[in-house]
Design a protein around this ligand. Sequence first.
Ligand code: NAG
Ligand code: NAG
Length: 329
Amino acid sequence: MLRWRTLWAATALCTVPLLWQAYQSACLGQSACSGSLGDASGPSFMVDAKPCNCSSCRVELTTAVWFKERYDSAICPLLTVHSAEMDPDVLRWWLSLQGSQGHASLHGIIQHIFDIFPSPTMGAPGHSHCRTCAVVGNSGRLKGSRHGQEIDSHHCVLRMNRAPTVGFEADVGMRTTHHFMYPESAVDLQPGTHLVLVPFKVLDLQWLISAFSTGQLRYTYRRVKEHIEADRSKVLIVSPAFLKYIHDKWTQHHGKYPSTGFIALLFALHSCDQLAAYGYGSDSTGTWHHYWEQNRNAGAFRKTGVHNATFEFALIKKLADEGKISFHD
Ligand SMILES: *[C@@H]1O[C@H](CO)[C@@H](O)[C@H](O)[C@H]1NC(C)=O
Ligand SMILES: *[C@@H]1O[C@H](CO)[C@@H](O)[C@H](O)[C@H]1NC(C)=O
């Protein structure tokens, strides 16, 4: 057993550079919303790349009315320097989420962001891969699932918030290509992993700047990480317009705004050719807690009404029933 483990660890170590290369080519240089991203050296993201080069492209193969009524292929999941001018409806809604005060400086903040972080830009079209993604929620149902290897076999592996992998590899895998977070849920990342900021307020954008520079922003509605270890060239920011799209078309105003888990899943739905969801929903005992802890209060958000977990979970099951994603218990 021990021998096998050592062997596995050694193999894993040797495989890392290979996987790294594979995922770079798979996750980088993908198309943007109305064009595409080339150039693996530049900022990159995976967004709505067409044409899909899979034997079956779940999003494209659709006549289902339910799906068509919700899915908008034209929406851009990421904030770019060009989206600094926000639609007034989006802006009003977004500023209300966590009570952002004033926004006179917002335009300047976004411009500043793209002085520091590269803005996703357009490049060469198309991609020759069938891009498969695993989006990994933090549910306790992952515990004992042994899904790790299968999760790691996808081109892209998306995780969120505190999600640890060390010590949980057998169940959750060890690769992460995209890590979704907001200041209050931030963690340090491995080099090469995309930090995907999900901004719920103006302060979140300011935090991003601060966490990569002076570290002066230490408090939002609670204490936050002053500095973050992450690859600056790989920072991506989810667009407020994309959040509102999810709120309007998918969760349909259930809850105040969608959860990070659901946002990551929709981001993947818009960015991947094939999508597998792991770690969503309560565990087998009906408890909502994270796979790394036994926290009785982890489901507290269900009562506050910020997110409607029941409604979101029903949407995920429906997406699976419609054949748009595969769902793994
Ligand atoms: C699809 O993939 C095949 C082989 O991987 C490649 O030869 C072909 O050019 C790709 N097609 C597109 C449209 O990218
Ligand atoms: C979530 O949505 C369902 C379906 O509309 C509703 O019955 C339930 O009361 C909502 N839960 C919360 C916490 O708002």
